[in-house]
Design a protein around this ligand. Sequence first.
Ligand code: ADP
Ligand code: MG
Length: 242
Amino acid sequence: MALVEIRDVRKSFGTNEVLKGVSLDIDEGEIVTIIGRSGSGKSTLLRCINALERVDAGEIRVEGKTVRTDMRDLRQFRQRVGIVFQAFNLFPHLTVEKNITLAPVLTGKASKSKARQLALDVLERVGLAEKVDAYPEQLSGGQQQRVAIARCLAMAPHLMLFDEVTSALDPELVGEVLKVMEDMAKQGMTMVLVTHEMGFARNVASKIVFMHQGKVWEQGKPAELFANPQTPELKSFISSIK
Ligand code: ADP
Ligand code: MG
């Protein structure tokens, strides 16, 4: 059984059908990179996996369990499936430690006395332990995004979703965030990323999924997919990003 099973998922906003029957399997430990033009449905698919959007038809199962926006254990589900967005979404009035420990303490995942150690542990993994008492505004964009990733890690997720997490960063800050994600990949985290960083997609992804007009148009291993695109749409996409 795959960790994530997506079966013929459809999703519309009004009359705009954004996902037109998407099927995809994601195995444990896989690093799946979703590429495709703006508007092809990449973010919507990620949001459906995390139950931030309701699917109209089809089914998504994570760890064998059907994902629904009205599932009874939605909160626990979202702890197992972390998502990081382009905007860092840190609370500006809270320190890095409190940003990270708020949810684990509220949900009882960490006691108050263990919270600081938890923050330090996950900050260590993103190389920012020394910023535990800083406020978000004292950090660069790249550092804030690494804190946002650490905040997800504090919930010990089984799956992490990343939606263009480096797109809002100054170019010189992109590398440090990609490095953190590469480290997580090496440690065996199952990850689904939407990214324009084709170097990362080529070198780190176990599978590339090319979405086009609300469908999985092509998928495959990075080397094969990039070297030998099967459709004119992927060919044209690849030449547009070179
Ligand atoms: P991508 O991430 O590939 O750029 P999206 O999934 O964000 O694509 O969007 C696909 C389409 O769905 C776009 O046409 C977008 O305008 C539309 N869309 C996305 N979210 C919403 C929403 N909440 N309400 C209405 N339309 C939306
Ligand atoms: Mg998007």
